[in-house]
Design a protein around this ligand. Structure first.
Ligand code: SAM
Ligand code: SF4
Length: 396
């Protein structure tokens, strides 16, 4: 832990949901590892002892609640890995543990990530009974050849059947698609996205394929066996994404997330609006405000090592650092500029102790990368494809 934390700045007006407190729970297991994925997900040959994990989750929740007592949980997100491999009773027990140690808002959003297979869809009613009120399905593509290339275990038909069951089981659901896939044309993506929007109710996550280091896709890419769209083609696919989704009522509210107004994922908004959240389970990250200082926390990634740590000491923390004001300001920029609503410059100044550089804002504005609207600063459509560079410029 770093010494002498600077006090956290007082709350500012701007992002409406200031009392927000999210709880992220990580389930780190999958049936097989997708070749593009670098999430903390693991495949095990033997059955997972879910009861043992439930006890460990409950202990880590109790320990975390001792550090940040008195919060009202507004959002819960069970991510992975593949949380839909958990039995509904396991999900219920984790939610019970959260409710035992914190108050839970009456309109809490409880999301569970699911793989879109028929086996998992049979559990949806059980998840709903356990308290889940939103699912996010990893559909990834709507054509079987692409699904096979992505190493997925389901077909497009099976995924759409799972979407239909989600629609019947939950008021709110979303699904993920990956675009900029090898060989994908703008026409094919336009048609696939239109089909997806017909199947989506209120929310879609549309991710551009990223070649992550140390994945099988990275090795194939490096050896020339996997060709992904170049910058210009990727940009054209991004433009199609924005155009089709906006025209069909699902504009981007974040660089990769689209929703009807009011249907945004409230949990992810907790991250992007830089509110407080607890990270529970292997490899989970948190941002906790303790005695006025914002702590960045992370837990042991390997599931079995995390279990042993929690069983020995009540938590799996391997990082617990207080963030300086400058670090908080940078994180606020990095997170907030992903959002279409952008950031509140006054809140940035409250974190950092100084205003954003007026000359840099003017230059980026003249280049058409950012704009000021209603007292907020946001990235333009032209700026989003080069978001990292824009953030780096502003933060420098
Ligand atoms: C934890 S997974 C979702 C739940 C579930 N494990 C599944 O795959 O169906 C989160 C999402 O990140 C996206 N994703 C993962 N790796 C990616 C990559 N390399 N490029 C783009 N999107 C990726 C996928 O759309 C995936 O659904
Ligand atoms: S994409 Fe989902 S199912 Fe595939 S390895 Fe990653 S977390 Fe597991």
């Amino acid at each position: 832990m770093r010494a002498s934390p600077l006090p956290n700045p007082p709350p500012q007006a701007g992002e409406g949901d200031r009392g927000a407190f999210g709880v992220y729970v990580h389930w780190p297991f999958c049936l097989s590892k997708c070749p593009y994925c670098d999430f903390n997900s693991h495949v095990r040959r033997t059955a997972i002892d879910e009861a043992r994990y439930v006890r460990a989750f409950a202990r880590e929740i109790a320990t975390t609640a001792e550090r940040v007592p008195g919060r009202t949980v507004t959002t819960i997100f069970m991510g992975g890995g593949t949380p839909s491999l958990m039995q509904p009773a396991t999900v219920g027990a984790i939610l019970d543990a959260i409710g035992k140690h914190w108050s839970v808002a009456s309109d809490v959003e409880v999301t569970l990530e699911a793989n879109p297979t028929s086996v998992e869809a049979t559990r949806f009613a059980g998840y709903r009974a356990a308290g889940v009120n939103r699912v996010s399905l990893g559909v990834q593509a709507l054509d079987d050849a692409s699904l096979k290339d992505l190493g997925r275990l389901h077909t497009a038909r099976e995924a759409l059947d799972a979407v239909a069951i989600a629609r019947k089981s939950f008021d709110r659901y979303s699904f993920d698609l990956i675009y900029a896939r090898p060989g994908q044309t703008t026409d094919a993506w336009r048609a696939e996205l239109a089909h997806a929007i017909d199947e989506a109710a209120e929310h879609l996550s549309l991710y551009q394929l990223t070649i992550e280091a140390d994945t099988p896709f990275a090795a194939l890419h490096a050896s020339g066996k996997l060709a992904v769209p170049g910058d210009e083609h990727a940009r054209a696919l991004y433009d199609v994404t924005q155009e089709v989704a906006a025209a069909r009522g699902l504009p981007a509210y974040e660089i990769s997330n689209h929703a009807r107004a009011g249907a945004e994922c409230r949990h992810n908004l907790v991250y992007w609006r830089y509110h407080e959240y607890a990270g529970i389970g292997p490899g989970a990250h948190g941002r906790l405000v303790i005695d006025g200082a914002r702590h960045a926390t992370s837990t042991e990634k390997r599931p079995e090592s995390w279990l042993m740590r929690v069983e020995a000491s009540g938590h799996g923390l391997v990082t617990d650092e207080t963030l300086t004001r400058a670090e908080q300001a940078d994180e606020y920029l990095l997170m907030g500029l992903r959002l279409a609503e952008g950031i509140d410059p006054q809140r940035y100044a409250a974190f950092s102790g100084h205003s954003l550089d007026v000359a840099r804002i003017a230059t980026l504005g003249a280049e058409g990368m950012i704009e000021s609207v209603g007292g907020r600063l946001r990235v333009t459509r032209a700026g989003f494809p080069v978001l990292d560079a824009v953030v780096a410029d502003l933060a420098a």
